[in-house]
Structure formats: C-alpha cells, structure tokens
Design a protein around this ligand. Structure first.
Ligand code: ARG
Length: 578
C-alpha cells in the first residue's frame, strides 16, 4: 500500500471514531510547503460544514482518535483546520528499505485488466510523417507503463491500408513494374511515388479511369489488384518498421491489424444496424442519426456508414474493430491515441458501438487525444518550403545534432561511443520533448530547448543518471551489489527518500489517465532532488563514516534504478557515461 493510502485509512478510521459520517473523505494530499509536514489531511473543513461545527475543533477531535505512532513523529492543526503530518525518519527509512528489495520499485499490484491500445496507425499510402509521431510515442509510453504495472496489454496498430487512394497507387505501380522496375526501387520514396501517381491521375483521364476501376476490383478481391496492393503495402510497412526500430518503440509486426483486416466484417456491421432499425437512407447513403450527440439546436449527429456507391467508410471499419476488440479480444478497456481533431469521430463510433451492442456493456472506451506539433513560428510543423517533414529525416537530424553535442562535451570518447550515445540522446530528446508536454495541448518543436543539458529535458535526466553511475565507478563498487542499511539524518536525504517512494503512485496515475508528462515531471523532480542531496551529503569523502556511506550509496543506487526504469517506461535509453 502507498503511504498516502495508509494515512488515508488511519485518518478515516479516526474520523469514524469521532462520529463523522462515512461519506466525508479524509482528503489526504502531499503538503504544499515543507513546514506543513509531508502530508496534509484536509477533510475536517468539509466535514465541519456538514456537521455545522467548527473545523479546528473537529480537527482536534480527529487527532484525539488518530494513531500514527508508527508513521509520524509530529501531527498538528494548522490554519482553518488542516492536519499536518510529519513522517518520522524511521518510518521513511523502513519504507525505503522495502523498496530496495522490490523489483517492481514499489508499484502496487493492480486489478489486472485486459487493455487494448490503439496507437501509431500510420496511413500506408504515404510515408509516415510527424503527424503520427505523437500517437506512436505517447501510446508506447502508456503501453509500457500498463505492462509494468501488470496489466494484460494488446497492442493494435490500426494502419490505414484501404480506401480509394490505393486504386491510383496500384495503377501507378503496375506501370513501373511493367517497365521492369523493382518494387523496392519504385517505392523507395513513397512521398515522390504518391506525387507521381497523383499527377498521373489528375492529368491522364485513361489512367484515372483505370485507377477507379482498380479500387472496385481490389475491394472485390481481384487477384491481380490484390497482388499489386500487397507489394505496395509490404514496402510501406517496411518503412514504418524502420522508424519504430529507430524510435525504440515496442510495436511488432504481429501488432498490425490494419483497416483491410476488417473488410469481410463490414457488410455484417451494416446488416446488424439495419436489423436493429438504426439505419436511415439519406440521398442513397446509409446513415445513423445519433440523438445522444445532438447539437445545441437538437439536431442529431449523423454517422455515414455506407456511401451511395456501396463503399464503406472509416467509421464502419472502426465499428468492426470495436466489435473485434470487445468480443474476440475480450478487452476490459480500450485506449485510442488519436489526434484531437478526430474527437467527434471517436464519440460517434463509441456511442454507436454501445447502442448497437457491438461491445460489452461494462467496457471502458477512452479516446486520449493530443494536440498538434508546431514549428517555432507557431504554425503546424512543416519544412521550410511548406512540405511535410519526413520522420526518418527528422530523427536523423536529431541524432546528428546530439552526436555533435556529445563530442563537444566529452572529446575523449571514441567514434563508436559517440555514435551509440548520440543515438540515445537524440532520440531521447525528441521523445521526451513531446512526452513532457501536457498531451492535450499543441506544442512547439524546438531543437535547442530539447537538446539542452539544463532543465526538464532527456539529456539532463540521462546525464543525471550517468553522474550516479560515475560515483560507483570512482569508488570501484559494483553498482548492482550495493545494498546498505538505510539511515536518514539530513533533510535532503529525507526529501529524496520521499520522492523515491512516490514512484508507484505516479505510475498508477499515468495508467489511469494516460498523461506521460506526469512521469516526466516526477523524474525531473527526482533528478533535482538527487542533485541537492549530492551537494549536501558527501558520500565518498574520507570523513564520512561507513554506515552513512553505505546508506547514501544505497539511496543513490535506488535513485538510478528508478530513473532508468522511469525513462525506460518512456521508451528512452540510458547509458553509463556521456
Ligand atoms: N490512420 C488513421 C489516421 O491517420 C489513424 C488510425 C487511428 N485508429 C483508429 N482506430 N481509427 O488518421
């Protein structure tokens, strides 16, 4: 149990003993200032309002029944009726000692759920671009955290591999292959290939006609078209997978369940909606009108599920995917990491899937939206000439910039070391800059701030980690074998210890609402806490007695373990030196 929950339990018990109704919460929070102790119980004020008594009197009554002798060495009333709790050094030391022996670093065992996570989902018609970067790295951080907590996670990469564009693309590919070109060569640059096909389509009516025919043929399973399409898709997937590898993202080939995989289900979805009398014909198209999502004037929200030419839509596929995830994959919870601009779409498919019984009634369906990545000019991130920025090139630039920095900082490193460290720093910086911003906001992509060694950045945290490792190297102590007895004497040791004990709660929070910046802030505070500790509490100095030294080494080692684990959950690598 977390310290917060433990205190909560005790305070609530004291409240009951003081005849305060069960539904008045203890309201435990971390203290806002050191002089207010470590935790505050703020429930007395609201309870006093209910009972029409004086809050300070009620707080005194609670304290009379409150037994925290094994936890705190001092409890007091402050202000209008706050109860300040000062934890005892002994208690914190004991808790920390337990953490050292715990492989899961204090993370509580959850009620295990099967969580399906939909993330990345690039469109295969084009090269993966910055628009899919956020979904990919935020989703991956949450997935890693859920798994570490002990949930049963199923990744689903809902790639866009279906739809009208593919008629045009396979018609173009057919011509290239007809001229004897190999598919890998023709599709070496998907961006250029797409432009060529589009130009062809716009300028050559015969080609356009063939492209339109190919869409229909593809959807009805024509062998030739299917084969061309498969070649195209395979190459495009290879491009995405190279990026996943470079980005240190855990998505595997087997996590792909692309739009085309639901093709056979779509007619059945329409049939089911028809049988349930949810469908209306509107100008030849099949539409569901959702009263649940009516606008201010009371006009219901229309969801088109089949076009007048018989074609299915993005929404139809998402309904089939929801049914698969609930009924076949047996999800308790489904998370979607998709751009905020698709909020209405997500609301519509969630509402409709529930209404039509495509998902179990108890399932939790959550769209976790994110804002747009902006350039320094405050406009959506583009190349200087206004084109889309290719992800491969962006990552390469990050790595190169990081290598330059690493070389400047540590000229003694060999070429290979610089390359290995630069990769971790460059990729880490790009990911951390994104993950450390509140997910739902837009954010500005800026090389200089993300690669800075000061402030809330990946290089700062990676560097803090290497500093701890270097203490062990200098003392010639095996990092993995340092297990001292914890003794807390100074304020800095106590602060650092308390921070370390918050790791579990931080991860629980992240798993609950999918905001990775919570973990980033935590790690930044942890690193800062460590730096303060390191300044004030000598470890290897001659005059430090053996017990103190081994305690401080153990605290340092634990800090490094928590930092490495936290960064690992964000998909960021650490190194022994930089
Ligand atoms: N391919 C889509 C896009 O680029 C994202 C897919 C998200 N997942 C989903 N189930 N709709 O917009």
């Amino acid at each position: 149990m977390s310290i917060k929950n433990l205190i909560e339990q005790r305070v609530r018990a004291a409240m009951s003993a003081a005849n305060i109704p069960d539904d008045c919460p203890a309201n435990i929070a971390l203290s806002t200032r050191p002089e207010f102790g470590n935790f505050q119980a703020n429930g007395a004020m609201a309870a006093a309002k209910r009972l029409k008594s004086r809050p300070r009197d009620l707080a005194a009554e609670i304290i009379k029944h409150l037994d925290l002798t094994d936890i705190a060495d001092h409890v007091e009333i402050a202000g209008p009726g706050f109860i300040n709790i000062h934890l005892s050094n002994q208690f914190i030391a004991t808790q920390l000692q337990k953490l050292i022996g715990d492989e899961k670093l204090g993370v509580p065992v959850p009620n295990q759920q099967r969580v399906v996570v939909d993330y990345s989902g690039p469109n295969l018609a084009k090269e993966m671009h910055v628009g899919h970067l956020r979904s990919t790295i935020i989703g991956d951080a949450v997935v890693r955290t859920l798994e570490f907590l002990g949930h049963d996670v199923v990744r689903q990469n809902h790639m866009g591999d279906w739809g009208t564009q593919f008629g045009m693309l396979i018609a173009e590919l057919e011509e290239h292959l007809g001229e004897g070109e190999r598919p890998e060569l023709a599709l070496g640059d998907l961006e250029i290939f797409y432009q060529q096909a589009k130009q062809h389509f716009d300028q050559d009516e015969k080609f356009a006609q063939k492209a339109r025919q190919y869409v229909v043929k593809l959807q009805s399973g024509d062998h030739h078209c299917r084969q061309l399409w498969q070649r195209f898709i395979d190459t495009s997937i290879t491009h995405s997978e190279a990026i996943y590898l470079n980005l240190n993202v855990t998505l595997k080939h087997s996590d792909i369940k692309a739009e085309s995989a639901y093709n056979e289900e779509l007619a059945g979805i329409i049939e089911s909606l028809e049988q349930q009398r949810l469908l209306v014909e509107d100008q030849g198209a099949k539409v569901v009108f959702l009263e649940e999502l009516a606008d201010k004037e009371g006009k219901p929200s229309p969801v088109i599920v089949q076009k007048s030419d018989g074609g299915f839509l993005y929404a139809t596929t998402d309904l089939a995917a929801l049914r698969h995830r609930s009924m076949t994959l047996q999800a308790d919870r489904i998370l979607y990491f998709i751009d905020a601009r698709q909020s209405l779409h997500m609301k519509q498919v969630f509402t409709l899937a529930k209404k039509a019984g495509f998902v179990n009634t108890e399932i939790a369906l959550e769209h976790l939206p994110f804002g747009t990545m902006m350039g320094k000019d405050g406009k959506p991130f583009k190349t200087r000439t206004g084109g889309t920025v290719k992800l491969t090139e962006l990552l390469q630039e990050g790595i190169e910039r990081a290598c330059t920095l690493v070389r400047e900082k540590n000229p003694e490193l060999g070429i290979d070391e610089v390359a290995a460290i630069g990769r971790k720093v460059g990729i880490g910086a790009i990911k951390y800059a994104d993950l450390s911003k509140t997910r739902t906001n837009d954010y500005i992509f800026d090389w200089d701030s993300m690669l800075s060694f000061e402030g809330n950045t990946a290089p700062y945290l990676q560097y803090a980690y290497t500093r701890i490792r270097s203490i062990f190297r200098r003392a010639d102590i095996n990092f993995d074998c340092s297990t001292g007895n914890i003794i807390l004497t100074t304020q800095q040791e106590k602060d650092l210890a308390l921070k370390l004990l918050q790791f579990g709660t931080t991860l629980e929070q992240l798993a609950l609402d999918g905001y990775p910046h919570i973990l980033c802030n935590y790690l930044y505070e942890l690193a800062s806490s460590f730096m303060t500790f390191y300044e004030h509490c000598p470890i290897l100095r001659q005059d430090v007695v053996e017990d103190t030294r081994s305690s401080r080494l153990a605290i340092s080692q634990l800090t490094a373990r928590v930092m490495a684990k936290g960064l690992n959950l964000l998909g960021i690598e650490v190194m022994e030196q930089m």
